[in-house]
Write a protein that binds this ligand. Structure first.
Ligand code: ZN
Length: 281
């Protein structure tokens, strides 16, 4: 395993950690201030959300690199399955274009839920694979990889049709494109005692690793993620599973926390992120 205690170059900030992904949350730091604050602390990369970028993708990407960081990813495509996704391929293509303009090679996909008129997951996974088969070559032509993120099963129904690494890999297999892989997020996989074996199956296809922690008493499904070290996820074991499968990319801190971290000073949040990254991740 990599030694994060002495080298934090793999640390990437997902800007959701500062509340930037939802209107009315966080302290409203502009993108430039976030970039500078990350650079000052030696953070190696930043992952943005589309709403922050607008039509400034090239400018922001260049700004990040000028500060010595990389754009480690972009969140995310629109839903591709479920009741809210009858016709989102054009928007998905636009999100691929945005990732390319930012200069990042990773675009995260949260799939969307169960297809209207179907039961269970398999029919929805087929629809997902068909849409990915359309998007994958478009993304490949722009140097963008698509990272399918399995979600915690509590998000089944309306947000996802893949809930385990195995689910995500089965969809990847069905698509069969070199630039379609998976993202492993602690919040979504911490409960899975068979994670290590699934990561072995994912060798060469892990495109992202997302860090936070799981609160023993979660108060909100979506917006109550814990800072690393404050919960019950076995962070070292999860990272070992991912790195034993050959993953050497960014470790992206992604903490949605409306009741706690989003209410704090962003500079202090970043200081805590760095300290926990060195000591408990
Ligand atoms: Zn994630």
């Amino acid at each position: 395993m990599r030694d994060f205690s002495t080298d934090i170059s793999a640390l990437a900030l997902n800007t959701a950690t500062l509340g930037h992904n939802l209107d009315g949350y966080g302290q409203g730091w502009p993108v430039e201030r976030v970039i500078d604050a990350c650079a000052e602390r030696g953070i190696g990369g930043i992952v943005f959300w589309r709403r922050e970028i607008g039509d400034r993708a090239v400018e922001i990407g260049n700004r990040v690199r000028a500060a010595g960081l990389e754009v480690a990813g972009l969140c995310r495509t629109p839903y591709l399955t479920g009741r809210d996704a009858p016709d989102t391929l054009d928007e998905a293509r636009a999100s691929i274009d945005m990732a390319a303009a930012l200069g990042t090679g990773v675009l995260t996909i949260v799939t969307g839920g169960t297809e209207p008129g179907t039961k269970g997951l398999l029919e929805s996974q087929k629809v997902l694979a068909d849409k990915l088969a359309v998007l994958a070559p478009y993304a490949a032509g722009r140097g963008v990889n698509l990272a399918l993120e399995p979600l915690n099963p509590m998000f089944g129904g309306n947000r996802t049709c893949i809930m385990t690494v195995d689910d995500a890999l089965s969809v990847c297999d069905r698509v069969g494109a070199d630039n379609v892989g998976i993202a492993v997020d602690v919040y979504h996989v911490w409960w899975d005692t068979r994670l290590a074996a699934q990561c072995q199956r994912a060798r060469g296809r892990i495109l992202g690793y997302h860090l936070c922690d799981w609160r023993e008493d979660t108060r909100d499904m979506l917006l109550d993620r814990a800072m690393m070290g404050d919960g019950v996820a076995d962070l070292r074991a999860i990272r070992r599973a991912v790195e034993d499968a050959g993953y050497t990319g960014p470790a992206e801190v992604e903490i949605f926390s409306s009741r706690d971290w989003w209410q704090r000073d962003p500079g202090k949040v970043l200081d805590t992120v760095v300290e926990r990254f060195r000591t408990v991740c």
